[in-house]
Design a protein around this ligand. Structure first.
Ligand code: MSP
Length: 482
């Protein structure tokens, strides 16, 4: 059997611009994709991201901007894609839900489920929040009768003919699936939440909108549009429908935020079961973070742009700073102050300083040539530890381990005072230089995944066959002490 890895991010709504919350999810997936490439090779990894465009939000935002929907979408999708390019995301494809390849796949799946009898026509009478693009019950609303997450938007009262997906029929198959595949949804706490939700009883869900102005028309009733979530989830499947990509499906793994777990872990697997398509290999739901203890929101004016952070500190700082601030899978907090401190101590003062000091000393005392005949250090177990942390998706753990390794190398350097030793015992110093060099090699290898833009600079400084190369500028861009 072919080994492969297919990783996906959620597709983002285009009515917003990318902020560091979205970037967190994309950077986490990027890290796992880079790790998978390291283990399986580039050709066996496929990383998909994209934009969720068939939404009422799009119609409203285009009207507000005073442009046509097409112009608005083209512009915004390009903006999302160029943000990912700017911050160094290694996606293999970018999917837009207005593309023909996606529309065709949605039609195909909708028809398949309809033909099976699991989509039927009925009437939906109830509430709808455009902010969440979700049908609501009155128990979901706050005291003022508004959506908890979108209190500034009016709740719509719908009374329309809709097509329904027979989700209720999948209660038992879903519970059996979770029973047989206990690690399918991680972390475990999220899985427990989903299981209790399923056990509390599943109702059929509306999967079309009669009054929607924009979206994918139903194959059997073109006056109706496919409900945006039913359409959006299918993107993961649309993205690999070519002969060279098809084999990736069985290794599909979705990285999502905890806010969209029910869609991905109840509705999506049920849709796939109904369509007779094998389920993906797994889902990981990460937590949300606040900024200085407060929810990130436009109205509070505390939204941070990933591009601003990247311009000031560089892409590696952005990814390391976000992914190491709290456990992947838990909620956390981000503060500009802690980020600046992290940059100063761990990156500039830690990694950058270590590479500079060691290569400068080797140049000064050994004419730039490390003696590779010395025993050196066996750092294989360290590399295995790094691999095992990433296999368990412990992203913060992997970064913590990286910085602990930098500290260990710095400690070796300081304890041995090799710059003094070199003047009195060249042989003893030579052995220490080889050990320090081994640390640099290990750090440069782990950097391929954790600090990918610095990794080639590290390799250039390490040079070839023990002959160190020219100094490189690393973690110097945002320094306040320059
Ligand atoms: N379009 C849907 C997803 C469809 S996937 C088939 C959507 N889009 S979104 O743009 O609103 O949000 C996408 C994701 O952004 C969230 O699930 C979450 O992963 C991420 N985040 C948005 N704000 C965040 C934080 N403050 N913290 C962490 N992640 C955040 O939902």
């Amino acid at each position: 059997m072919k080994v492969a890895s297919y990783l996906t991010t959620p597709i983002y709504y285009v009515n917003d611009v990318p902020h560091i919350g979205h970037s967190y999810c994309t950077l986490a997936t990027d890290t796992l994709a880079r790790f998978a490439r390291m283990q399986l090779g580039n050709n066996e990894v496929f990383f998909l991201t994209g934009t969720d465009e068939n939404s009422q939000k799009t119609v409203d935002a285009a009207a507000k901007a005073g442009v046509s929907i097409e112009v608005y979408l083209k512009d915004m999708a390009a903006r999302w894609q160029s943000t990912w390019d700017t911050i160094g995301i290694s996606y293999n494809d970018f999917i837009r839900t207005t593309e023909a390849r996606h529309v065709d796949t949605v039609h195909e799946l909708f028809q398949k489920i309809y033909d099976k009898g699991d989509i039927y026509k009925g009437t939906y009478k109830g509430l709808y929040c455009t902010g969440c693009e979700t049908f609501k019950k009155s128990s979901d609303l706050n005291e003022a009768g508004r959506c908890i997450d979108h209190p500034n938007q009016d709740i719509k009262h719908l009374d329309e003919t809709n097509y329904f997906f027979r989700l209720s029929a999948y209660e038992k198959p879903l519970l059996e699936w979770y029973e047989k595949n206990p690690d399918w949804l991680q972390p475990r706490s999220k899985k427990n939440e989903i299981i209790s939700f399923i056990k509390s009883g599943l109702e059929d869900v509306s999967v079309s909108r009669e009054t929607a102005e924009f979206g994918i028309s139903l194959p059997m009733d073109p006056a109706h549009k496919v409900y945006v979530w039913f359409d959006a989830l299918i993107n993961y499947y649309s993205g690999i429908r070519t002969p060279e990509r098809e084999h990736f499906w069985e290794s599909a793994f979705h990285i999502i935020g905890k806010d969209i777990t029910r869609f991905h872990c109840v509705i999506w697997p049920a849709m796939l079961m109904a369509a007779g398509i094998p389920l993906p290999k797994g889902v990981f739901a990460h937590g949300f973070f606040t900024i200085d203890g407060t929810k990130m929101s436009k109205s509070l004016g505390n939204v941070i742009s990933p591009v601003d952070l990247s311009v000031q500190y560089g892409n590696d700082a952005l990814r390391a700073g976000l992914l190491s601030s709290f456990e992947f899978g838990s909620d956390g907090d981000f503060s500009a102050e802690n980020f600046a401190e992290f940059y100063r101590t761990k990156l500039a003062g830690g990694v950058g300083n270590l590479f500079n000091r060691v290569t400068v000393l080797i140049t000064k005392f050994c004419d730039g040539q490390v003696d590779l005949n010395n025993a050196g250090l066996d750092l294989k177990p360290e590399f295995e530890k790094f691999e095992s942390l990433l296999e368990q998706k412990q992203l913060k753990g992997a970064y913590d381990f990286y910085f602990a390794t930098v500290d260990a190398a710095n400690q070796r350097l300081n304890e041995t005072e090799v710059w003094k030793l070199a003047k009195i015992d060249a042989d003893a110093a030579s052995k220490i230089f080889t050990e320090l060099f081994d640390y640099l090699v290990l750090l440069s290898e782990m950097a391929v995944v954790l600090l990918p833009e610095s990794a080639p600079k590290m390799r250039a400084m390490i040079g070839l066959e023990g002959k160190v190369g020219a100094a490189q500028i690393m973690f110097d861009s945002g320094r306040t002490d320059k």
